[in-house]
Design a binder for this molecule. Structure first.
Ligand code: SAH
Ligand code: SF4
Ligand code: F3S
Length: 481
């Protein structure tokens, strides 16, 4: 996708070009000059580190930031005591925000000892004016702040930061711009996320994402397919199509196309062995999608289908636009059509006005659907969302009690489901050496379950059959066959 540009041949004595991405290539070239001069002065390379705090889309943005830093001449490190640190933040729940504030204190300590260090913040949290105020006041050592809509101009912002004194802030309220063909540094050589759309139009009443990510915009299918082809040519075997609501992909394009049709086209790309996607909103999941999944050899046997609540009354308050019964029917249809599929979900406990009866409805759905895994969250009040203004907020103690009960049901069903595969042989994509035991490798099954088995580094990135010998709760110990 990104053709190797020779940045050093760009004439930076001229004015920058107006059009993208040429404009950003110009700023990358300019940045390279700063980095080179500074590293000559220090007699060592300049080190940068990008930290991701949020979801898969946030992680994909981090790969774009890394790509630009890499093109600008930085060397990537894990150590946050570096020359440039960038935090790609998340604000979906308050604990994500608190982690950022906590870490900023540590960075300040590093910067005191290394005054030329640059600290940058970007991502969803930065789209909130109250956050910007707080950072301006209490974290004045931060050098650069930008948001979710102008990530593409990171190179330009870096140059402006090096030329400015004091904190540089550039936040856009929204954008309809999608800049293609910028450098990306992938975390894994064999798998990759691909944005198919940005933003969200659903406005679930608890959720801040539509406010910090803007309106829904789909990428052109040709751009997506070209990117995937290029990834396949580089050796990528597994891709994950990313969007807040992939089921509404393509509806607003000039030439509308359905998500199912996009999947059909992705399936034809040679070299791609596995296709995943995230996230599916139940209200928009079509029969066409189910039949494409069923017929596909490449689409993984995994569907993440966020429930949020099993109570129709709470679902209405959440503005989810489906009922408990509609959700159950949908799940049943999917299980019937694709029996080997694993279904996972997200659940919120403690939404304003939620009673124990509502929680029992959620538990009922968990038992009926038999989720293979579920991420359970305590409701977090996000300023500016309709739910935050609701009067009947549930007290912390009740939320914790309900949460523990839901969590234990989720864990029990997930364990039961996982056990069903004991003795079966399935293909696993080997992702890494096992963290605790270097004689083992860790692979992922099509249904997203993890399996550890004896193997060496050479297996990483390969898809191989593994016998699932022993279920250990949520994962397997296996043996290569
Ligand atoms: N677009 C995806 C979800 C993105 S946010 C979807 O609609 O499914 C990921 C998850 O965070 C959500 O599914 C929800 O369960 C959780 N979440 C979002 N806002 C939250 C809040 N205010 N408090 C607690 N959990 C929240
Ligand atoms: Fe948030 Fe709802 Fe959009 Fe998901 S669909 S990002 S939960 S508003
Ligand atoms: Fe968080 Fe933004 Fe993703 S708020 S969950 S990083 S879209």
């Amino acid at each position: 996708m990104f053709d190797n540009v020779d940045f050093d041949s760009i004439d930076i004595t001229q004015e920058p070009p107006e059009e993208e991405p040429a404009r950003q290539y110009y700023f990358i070239a300019k940045c390279r000059k700063y980095v080179k001069e500074e590293s000559e002065r220090l007699g060592r390379p300049l080190f940068s580190v990008v930290r991701t705090f949020g979801c898969q889309m946030n992680a994909r943005d981090s790969e774009k930031l890394s790509g630009i830093l890499n093109a600008a001449g930085f060397e990537e490190t894990e150590d946050e005591n570096a020359d440039l640190v960038i935090y790609n933040t998340c604000t979906v729940r308050d604990n994500a925000n608190q982690r950022v504030y906590g870490r900023l204190g540590v960075l300040n300590g590093y910067k005191r000892r290394n005054p030329h260090m640059k600290i940058c913040l970007c991502g969803c949290m930065m789209q909130e004016p109250s956050v910007i105020e707080k950072i301006r006041k209490s974290y004045s050592f931060v050098d650069l702040i930008f948001g979710t809509h102008n990530i593409f101009k990171f190179a330009q912002l870096l140059v402006e930061m090096y030329e400015a004194d004091g904190m540089l802030i550039d936040i856009w309220k929204d954008t309809d711009q999608i800049v293609e063909k910028l450098p990306v540094q992938r975390k894994y050589p064999f798998k990759s996320g691909i944005n198919i759309m940005f933003g969200c139009n659903n406005f679930c009443s608890y959720c801040i994402v539509p406010y910090v990510r803007g309106r829904e915009r789909s990428r052109e299918p040709e751009e997506i397919l070209a990117e995937i082809k290029a990834l396949a040519a580089e050796g990528v075997v597994e891709i994950m199509l990313l969007g807040q609501n992939v089921n509404s992909y393509g509806k607003n394009l000039k030439n509308p196309i359905s998500f199912a049709e996009l999947l059909r086209r992705v399936e034809t790309i040679e070299g791609i062995e596995r296709i995943r996607f995230m996230t599916s909103h139940p209200k928009d999941l079509s029969d066409e999608l189910i039949s494409v999944m069923k017929a596909s050899k490449k689409i993984c046997r995994h569907l993440h289908l966020p429930l949020q609540s099993g109570s129709t009354r709470i679902l209405k308050e959440m503005n989810r636009r489906y009922t408990k019964e509609q959700y159950l029917l949908l799940a049943e249809k999917i299980r019937k059509e694709i029996p080997d599929i694993s279904i996972t979900t997200d659940i919120i406990v403690g939404f304003p006005g939620e009673t124990y009866e509502d929680v029992l409805e959620t538990i009922d759905v968990i038992k009926k659907v038999q989720y293979d895994n579920a991420f359970t969250f305590q409701y977090s009040k996000r300023t500016g969302t309709p739910a935050a203004a609701m009067e009947n907020q549930v007290d912390k103690e009740t939320v914790t009690k309900h949460f523990d009960e839901v969590l234990s049901v989720v864990q029990n069903t997930a364990k039961e489901r996982a056990k069903l595969l004991e003795g079966v042989t399935m293909d696993a994509l080997v992702e890494e050496l096992n963290e605790h035991d270097k004689g083992l490798v860790t692979g992922r099954l099509s249904n997203n379950i993890i399996v550890h088995f004896k193997g060496t580094e050479e297996l990483i990135g390969k898809i191989i059959p593994v016998a699932l010998k022993e279920c250990r709760g949520f994962y397997y110990l296996g043996e290569m066959v």
